[in-house]
Design a binder for this molecule. Structure first.
Ligand code: GLU
Length: 501
């Protein structure tokens, strides 16, 4: 009986890290942390044709970004190293030899052409496709000789021709498959590398995996794994097949639904804690109506029993909402550190004149001005973050006279109000938003104009924008000198606009 919880995430390095896959890693990690067990990362790279060199980096980076640290695996090592399947060939070969010796597997030299012919015949006769078992009855010695002479020879597992196989899945309960739907499958390829089915069984056993968490798409492979386990005399781990992750139209989540890889979410400016929270609820719930759950809360509340059977629907709007909530919770220094790389990128909307790297202390004063408007670290739907704060990173702005003068005001009354505003700013002590707010409100009363009229014109003069962050906070961040310069400049802009006579 295996007591210690040991789970593994076993991605194939075939490309980017898809959210469906990383959800598995997340449940592995949460379950391991909850149970005080171990989370193992294993790279399943036995399908060399599908291998992508950068994929291992994507996987490691994506997991780290989401905070899913592994206790054993590439980079960190562990008692069952190596954790990369292509470096574990001897183990798979030894298992293959044992299976052949036990009469549970056999060599096969059927050519791809022959297999194709078999498939066509089966198709014509409306039979399920599958290997017809030709080499099962052939002489082992003969096939071995052919293999040693360099022929392409694989090893196949002998699948029972009739009967059923059942197992208990932690999520789905009792699951039954009929052996007749499964033909003798390859466990060892002619290139000396195992297929997924053999490698996964050998490694789950060698690495003492107690629970196999994986996507539901693997459930039909489980009978094959049970057969290999049994013939090798291994004990099956607990099987936990996670529900599919679907798009809102219930189709397979794919590119046309927008971002689907961890890297795409990271690059789109989603916070890792928001994606973590969101993915945690894609197939599991805490049993109450909590939706916003920090990492530790998820760990605390997690149980395999609360994983759902029905597909999880990937609701992008919900992720956006969650991200907004997490964005607003960040403290200024943290937010500044996180937006800095996005702002420093060329396409951020921040003027080229802003010196990079950005001064983080100043940025920490700037970001609270727009924090409520940010949907991601990149900005909001139509506005990039750099465009929201660009006026704070230029020497001067160019407000249009027509925009400075507000409804019900004239150039003269605006200019007069600016003169008074300039005196007020010069004398303001402290130069701080709450007291500036109070003093400017008093000024509107004194001048007999509406707050909207004065504040609107000041906003345009200081930012050249009609939609801008709160005015007095903006003044505080701009600082007295910059405010004065901008108001003087706006005055100069207004004067030539004064109609003669
Ligand atoms: N290598 C498989 C994958 O790419 C792992 C499946 C499993 O967890 O058994 O998802």
């Amino acid at each position: 009986m295996v007591n210690d919880v040991r789970v593994r995430f076993a991605p194939s390095p075939t490309g980017a890290l898809h959210v469906g896959n990383v959800r598995t890693a997340l449940y592995d990690w949460v379950f391991a942390r909850k149970m005080g067990g171990q989370f193992v990362l294993r790279i399943e790279d036995t399908d060399q044709a599908r291998f992508v060199a950068e994929a291992r980096d994507y996987i490691a980076h994506g997991l780290r970004w989401l905070g899913l640290d592994w206790d054993e695996g590439p980079d960190v090592g562990g008692p069952h190293a190596p954790y990369v399947q292509s470096e574990r060939r001897e183990l798979y070969q030894a298992a293959t030899d044992r299976l052949i010796e036990a009469g549970a597997a056999y060599l096969c030299d059927c050519s791809p052409e022959r297999l194709e012919e078999v498939r066509k015949k089966q198709e014509a006769m409306k039979l399920a496709p599958g290997y017809d078992g030709r080499c099962r009855r052939r002489d082992h010695g003969e096939l071995l000789k052919a293999k040693q002479a360099g022929a392409d020879v694989v090893t196949r597992m002998k699948v029972p021709p009739v009967g059923e196989v059942s197992f208990t899945d932690v999520v789905r309960g009792e699951v039954t498959f009929s052996w007749s739907t499964i033909s003798d499958f390859v466990i060892m390829k002619s290139d000396g590398l195992p297929t997924y089915h053999l490698a996964v069984v050998v490694d789950d056993h060698e690495m003492k995996i107690s629970h196999v968490l994986r996507g539901e798409e693997w459930i039909a492979s489980t009978p094959r794994h049970i057969l290999i386990h049994e013939k090798l005399g291994y004990q099956m781990p607990s099987m936990v097949h996670l529900p599919l992750l679907l798009a809102p139209d219930r189709s397979k989540l794919s590119k046309r639904h927008g971002a689907t890889t961890v890297q795409e979410f990271e690059e789109s400016g989603v916070l890792s804690e928001a994606l973590f929270n969101f993915l945690a609820l894609m197939g599991w719930s805490p049993g109450d109506d909590r939706e916003l759950m920090a990492r530790a809360e998820v760990v605390q509340a997690f149980s395999l029993e609360r994983i759902q059977k029905s597909p999880a629907i990937f609701d992008k709007q919900k992720l956006e909402w969650m991200n907004g909530v997490y964005m607003r919770q960040l403290n200024p220094a943290d937010l500044a550190t996180r937006v800095a790389p996005f702002l420093e990128a060329e396409d951020s909307g921040l003027p080229a004149s802003a010196t990079r790297p950005l001064d983080l202390a100043r940025l920490a004063r700037v970001v609270p001005l727009v924090q409520d408007r940010l949907k991601t670290l990149r900005g909001a739907d139509q506005v990039r973050i750099g465009e929201m704060i660009d006026f704070l990173y230029v020497d001067r702005v160019d407000p249009a006279p027509a925009e400075i003068v507000q409804k019900g005001m004239t150039v003269e009354s605006t200019a007069a109000a600016f003169e008074r505003s300039i005196s007020l700013l010069k004398a303001a002590d402290p130069f701080e938003h709450a007291s500036l707010d109070a003093q400017f409100r008093a000024l509107t009363e004194e001048l007999g104009i509406k707050t909207g009229q004065l504040f609107g014109s000041l906003r345009v003069a200081l930012t050249a924008k009609k939609v801008a962050p709160p005015l007095f906070e903006t003044m505080e961040v701009l600082g007295r000198d910059a405010c004065l310069r901008r108001l003087q400049f706006a005055l100069a802009v207004l004067m030539p606009a004064r109609k003669p006579g």
